[in-house]
Design a protein around this ligand. Structure first.
Ligand SMILES: Cc1cc2nc3c(=O)[nH]c(=O)nc-3n(C[C@H](O)[C@H](O)[C@H](O)COP(=O)(O)OP(=O)(O)OC[C@H]3O[C@@H](n4cnc5c(N)ncnc54)[C@H](O)[C@@H]3O)c2cc1C
Length: 277
């Protein structure tokens, strides 16, 4: 590839190079990677809970070569130069130290992102595009419904932490083992429930059953729901047919799908949304 200086400005993208400060096993099936991100100068903690695109470095690539790769639009790169992209959530951002935490479900070495996190050590590097804006920008509901599996726990926890202190609502979290429970701040009147589903590769309908048994309140309900797409499809159907929530109050999104890698999942989601149009 050309050196940076020779790249036409039109062909550049602003991928940020992040380096690993430390990695810890947050819980048995979740890795927390703390990244140094000195170029994210416009960022602040209001982006906690927002998603970003991670650009996974190719094996053996040097940091300098990778810095060049992520500064160029993918269309300018050959297929083997293009880094794999995966979608993750900013769990914490600490401006003082220009540090970001990203929590990765540890689902083995099959997925490039999970594998990268499992093998990351201080000094490892990764690219980042974004972050976007947070999913829920305003909290105005009488009652909140939050549901997540482990992939969406970073979103759910950041969202609950950002809620007004007097917010009321219910959260249901599906985790792999009892030790995958996480502690985070929640409004005093917020009810948090944890259910176990030991094999995430097998479909589960526990969250759907939980929804069906909820004592549904009067007033405005806002939702923050994400997780495995097969289940999300059923939860969305239930909310659309039984609860008729306005679209603007409803965040519900498939974050991954059993048996599909992220790019296949995105295609599946596009096909699904074309079907309902
Ligand atoms: C907006 C958004 C935000 C997200 N934020 C986070 C986040 O903060 N943390 C996080 O861990 N995930 C998050 N995800 C989900 C993450 O993007 C997917 O899990 C992604 O597929 C992981 O990439 P991979 O390279 O590890 O696996 P892929 O290469 O995409 O998949 C390899 C295999 O692993 C399976 N797989 C993928 N994800 C999981 C999983 N969670 N559990 C079990 N098996 C899985 C796939 O079905 C496939 O068989 C988010 C997704 C979206 C859309």
């Amino acid at each position: 590839m050309n050196s940076l200086a020779k790249i036409d400005p039109q062909k550049r993208q602003s991928g940020h190079l992040l380096t690993v400060k430390h990695v810890k096993n947050l819980t048995p099936n979740m890795l927390r990677v703390t990244l140094h991100c000195p170029s994210l100068t416009d960022m602040d903690s209001s982006r906690q809970g927002a998603h970003c695109k991670l650009l996974i470095p190719q094996p053996e690539i040097s940091q300098e070569a990778f810095r060049q790769v992520i500064s160029v639009k993918p269309s300018e790169l050959s297929a083997d130069q293009r880094p794999i992209r995966r979608t993750y959530t900013v769990r914490h951002f600490r401006k003082k130290n220009m540090e970001m935490d990203i929590d990765f479900v540890n689902h083995g070495d099959e997925g490039p992102a999970s594998s990268w996190a499992r093998h990351a050590i201080p000094g490892s590097f990764i690219g980042l595009l974004g972050p976007a804006l947070p999913k829920i920008k305003e909290f105005y509901a009488d009652w909140y419904l939050v549901a997540a599996d482990m992939s969406a726990l970073p979103l759910a926890a950041a969202t609950i932490e950002a809620m007004p202190k007097d917010a009321k609502g219910v959260a249901i979290f599906e985790i792999t083992t009892a030790a995958d429970k996480q502690i985070f701040e929640a409004p005093e009147s917020f009810e948090i429930n944890w259910i176990l589903h030991s094999n995430p590769h097998k479909p589960s309908i526990s969250q759907l059953s939980f929804f069906k048994n909820l004592d549904w309140p009067k007033g405005i309900v806002q939702t923050c729901i994400a997780g495995e797409s097969g289940l999300i499809k059923q939860l969305r159907h239930y909310l659309n047919t039984e609860k008729d929530l306005p679209k603007k109050d409803t965040y519900i999104s498939g974050y991954w799908k059993i048996g599909l890698v992220e790019d296949e999942h995105r295609t599946w989601k596009n096909n699904e949304s074309n079907l309902v149009r």
